[in-house]
Design a protein around this ligand. Structure first.
Ligand code: HEM
Length: 151
């Protein structure tokens, strides 16, 4: 049985996971296929607004998921006490955080710079790169949730 503090921390952990992984699933599976309805120039403007909001949210949610995860590990008595699924969750969670930062400081910064210069072609290439990296993180996040269910 967990005490209330542990339950609360787990709830925060799961809310963060829901927003992060759910947000990526929405972006790739719902938003992207619908963007074809817009002409390319407007698509780019919408992409920028969407990424800006989503990445701002993830800058808060990603540390929340990691810190609540470490908090749970602490309350459970340290990594030595925990089952392999938690170690796998930890490893993949860190990889997801790195991939998010690669997106943010790589293609996202490049996309903004291309837009300032008015270089639409480069901006569109960076959107594609961002999409591939978000796909990687969605796959990793989904695997992590399945693995975590065995913890
Ligand atoms: C630094 C990274 C992370 C650490 C240290 C961590 C740690 C933990 C711990 C200790 C638990 C409780 C396990 C238990 O009740 O036996 C937990 C639960 C959970 N975590 Fe994480 N986690 C991390 C990242 C993630 C990520 C990135 C995801 C998903 C994308 C995730 C999904 C879950 C889920 C779904 C549960 C509920 C399953 C359960 O309670 O057994 N975690 N996490």
């Amino acid at each position: 049985m967990m005490d209330n503090a542990t339950n609360l921390l787990l709830a925060l952990h799961l809310l963060g996971v829901a927003v992060w992984v759910g947000g990526m699933a929405f972006a790739l599976l719902v938003l992207r296929p619908s963007l074809g309805l817009l002409p390319p120039a407007q698509r780019l403007t919408l992409h920028t607004a969407v990424f800006q909001r989503f990445f701002r949210i993830i800058w808060h949610v990603m540390p929340l998921v990691l810190l609540s995860g470490y908090g749970l590990v602490h309350l459970f008595g340290g990594f030595a006490e925990l089952e392999p699924p938690v170690h796998i969750m930890h490893g993949i969670g860190l990889a997801m955080a790195v991939i998010f930062m690669v997106i943010f400081f790589g293609p996202w910064k490049a996309m903004r710079a291309a837009q300032v210069k008015g270089d639409t072609v480069v901006a569109m290439v960076t959107v594609n790169r961002i999409r591939h990296l978000i796909t990687a993180n969605l796959v990793l996040g989904t695997i992590t949730i399945v693995v975590a269910a065995f913890a």
